[in-house]
Design a protein. Structure first.
Ligand SMILES: Cc1cc2nc3c(=O)[nH]c(=O)nc-3n(C[C@H](O)[C@H](O)[C@H](O)COP(=O)(O)OP(=O)(O)OC[C@H]3O[C@@H](n4cnc5c(N)ncnc54)[C@H](O)[C@@H]3O)c2cc1C
Ligand SMILES: Nc1ncnc2c1ncn2[C@@H]1O[C@H](COP(=O)(O)O)[C@@H](O)[C@H]1O
Lengths: 333, 279
């Protein structure tokens, strides 16, 4: 019972495995669908299929395409989801396909696009559609130092968009979307999941923080992060970090990573402590209003990206800053 | 080489992209575009980790790791030598002077044909393992790995943080945003890796000198078996309109003082004046 079998929807099809990201893609998707005067469709497939369906309808999708395994099982492995997405795209023949650029989304988009033999523009930070429906997108290249503006002029125009790039669409007061079912046949999964462990995640959303104290490899031990945490508290900010601290070692949850492979932040104040300032990091904090760099290497590139540079040992400077803050707040002498 | 997926001596293919080093690439003063002619090249960061992962598995099982790279222009020789010096047995360079393979769809299609071509040259029925970086340092598409898996009809494990191979079964640790997973798959398979998986070795001068004797094989697109060049040209494309550097304007004031306390006080005063800190 596929939709739009004749002629295709010419609309906007969106997918993310994460319901919150679906909410964000609906904001962008609605804008594009209105320009095209075509439907906005959410593909609901995977472990969270029901939540994706609910989110789609609640936040204004015109249609939810619920993809079901013809064997009746849930569609869980990524390889199966990619096959399901191929079928969803074939069935709805959209002008634009939006996928959330999480790690899972990046893989699914790439695999799906190759199976369909179509291009895909990854991690687009800006999108613009002209009246003919052509989509021009901005992507970060060369570590983020440059922006590449690219044009997708043949449907389906597939792009991935980083999470948190757009606000979540508002809930609609009256549900108007329809649910269409799509049965697909799936190949036997080849990858077996032996175990799954949740990774720690934060209570705070660093993309919304006004003050960020950011830690790099200049911080020698995990315990030393408490020093930075203390400064963050005093300034009403949150702690974040560079890729090494949020991946190579798990001193901070990965959702606190700033940069090309992490989040883009725009705080009023960004204090980089022991961060060298490689371009892949800088691209995530370029939007900060004021940047402070604390680094004992005068040649570290971070100094070129800072409003205020302190060339010194963070183990001396940060405690001094903490003391100065406490003094200013009247806590100490 | 494998019979029915039993990899006693695994054959490993690593995808290596040679890129202008993003840390050293400058903008042309007049146009703001990247000055690619003057930028030094390097092995794309995560591909060094891919090489390292391949070498570790090969060393453990007595297998062989070979690298392939698709290049619009041949990279400087010393950068290719570095891959050989790290320990890969051979580097295959596919020259694409016309730049027909200019997006991940085309790159993966050409690399799939390359993988088949090299396997035949190396007298292998198939590659047990193909390893890619999770993303290239210049384009950051995060696409070519999973696309190549699709093109070769291989299962893909992306963002692997640990790999072990036992009796033809690849066990991988994998980390995504909200969870880590342990997965198993029968080889042949493709994996993508980032810096989390290992620390790539730095070849010694001796190794680099010795590497000159290892095979560095150049191929053209026309030499790749099963590649349909007309199809490649006909694929829908993404057109690059412009590449530019967004302007950045920071004050770049160095805060000086006799002591850490003086510096801290001065920094707070400045931030207070700017309205960023109110205590
Ligand atoms: C494709 C790709 C994507 C990437 N994505 C990201 C990303 O999203 N985010 C990210 O951060 N990185 C990312 N990276 C990695 C990036 O290139 C750098 O390797 C990383 O940002 C370096 O982290 P760092 O500054 O903490 O460590 P380092 O580069 O090791 O710098 C540590 C700094 O601390 C200073 N220091 C040491 N001791 C002290 C002290 N006592 N007091 C003060 N300063 C001190 C040193 O002078 C040095 O400058 C990516 C890389 C690639 C290739
Ligand atoms: N031209 C190329 N030659 C060889 N391998 C490549 C090439 N382009 C991409 N790759 C591989 O695919 C990975 C991901 O690249 P990308 O999809 O461009 O981010 C890289 O880390 C390489 O392992």
């Amino acid at each position: 019972m596929a939709t739009h079998q004749n002629g295709g929807s010419g609309g906007v099809l969106l997918f993310s495995e994460n319901p919150e990201t679906v909410g964000e893609l609906l904001t962008l998707g609605r804008e594009l669908a209105s320009r095209l005067h075509r439907p906005l469709i959410v593909a609901a497939v995977g472990r969270n299929a029901q939540a994706l369906l609910d989110e789609g309808l609640a936040r204004g999708a015109d249609e939810v395409l619920a993809v079901r395994d013809s064997q009746g099982d849930g569609i869980v492995p990524d390889e199966s989801i990619a096959t399901a997405l191929c079928e969803a795209i074939r069935a709805s023949a959209p002008a634009v396909v939006l996928v959330g650029a999480t790690r899972t989304g990046a893989e699914l988009a790439a695999r799906t696009a190759q199976m369909l033999q179509i291009p895909c523009a990854s991690s687009c930070v800006a999108l613009e559609m002209d009246d003919a429906g052509n989509l021009s997108v901005d992507r970060r290249v060369y570590g983020g130092r440059f922006v590449s503006r690219q044009l997708l002029n043949i449907a389906p125009r597939m792009v991935t968009v980083p999470p948190k790039r757009f606000p979540r669409a508002e809930k609609v007061s009256e549900l108007h979307g329809s649910i269409q079912e799509l049965q697909v046949e799936l190949p036997a999964p080849r990858i077996k999941t032996m175990s799954v462990n949740p990774r720690s995640h934060s209570q705070v959303d660093i993309s919304k923080a006004e003050v960020i104290i950011s830690a790099g490899r200049g911080v020698k031990k995990m315990e030393d992060l408490q020093l930075l945490e203390k400064l963050a508290k005093l300034l009403g900010g949150v702690l974040a970090g560079s890729r090494p601290l949020t991946g190579d070692v798990d001193w901070l949850p990965v959702d606190r990573r700033i940069g090309l492979s992490g989040q883009t932040v725009k705080p009023n104040l960004y204090i980089a402590c022991g961060i060298s300032g490689q371009i892949e990091h800088i691209v995530g904090m370029k939007g900060a209003r004021t940047v402070v760099a604390i680094n004992n290497d005068a040649k570290a590139p971070i100094h070129g990206e800072a409003d205020y540079s302190v060339i010194g040992d963070l183990y001396e400077v940060v405690p001094a800053l903490i003391q100065a803050c406490e003094k200013a707040m009247g806590k100490v002498g | 080489m494998t019979a029915a997926g039993i990899a006693s001596v695994p054959s490993i293919l690593v995808c290596v992209k040679f890129v202008p080093d993003p840390a050293q690439l400058q903008a042309e003063p007049l146009t703001g575009r990247p000055d690619l002619k003057r930028s030094p090249f390097r092995i794309s960061t995560f591909d060094e980790n891919a090489i390292e992962a391949a070498l570790q598995l090969a060393a453990e099982h007595g297998g062989r790791a070979v690298a392939m790279s698709l290049c619009a222009q041949l990279p400087p020789k010393d950068v290719v030598l570095k891959a050989l010096a790290m320990g890969v047995a051979a580097v295959y360079l596919v020259k694409d002077e016309e730049r027909l393979a200019r997006d991940p769809l085309r790159v993966a299609t050409v690399l799939a044909a390359t993988a088949r071509t090299i396997a035949a040259r190396e007298s292998l029925a198939q590659w047990d393992l193909v390893i890619c970086g999770e993303a290239s340092a210049d384009e950051y598409n995060q696409q070519v790995g999973p696309r190549l898996a699709a093109a070769l009809n291989l299962p893909a494990i992306t963002y692997a943080t640990g790999l072990t191979l036992l009796n033809g079964v690849l066990r991988a640790e994998r980390a995504i945003e909200d969870r880590s997973e342990t997965l198993e798959v029968n080889v042949p398979a493709l994996v993508t890796v980032g810096t989390e998986i290992n620390t790539a070795r730095m070849p010694t001068v001796l190794q680099i000198m010795g590497a000159g004797r290892k095979p560095m094989v150049e191929l053209t697109l026309a030499e790749l078996t099963g590649l349909d060049i007309d199809q490649l040209k006909a694929f829908p494309a993404v057109e690059v309109l412009d590449v530019f550097s967004p302007p950045s304007a920071r004050k770049q004031v160095t805060i000086k003082g006799e002591s850490a306390d003086e510096i801290a006080a001065e920094l707070l005063r400045r931030l207070g004046t700017d309205g960023e800190v109110t205590l």
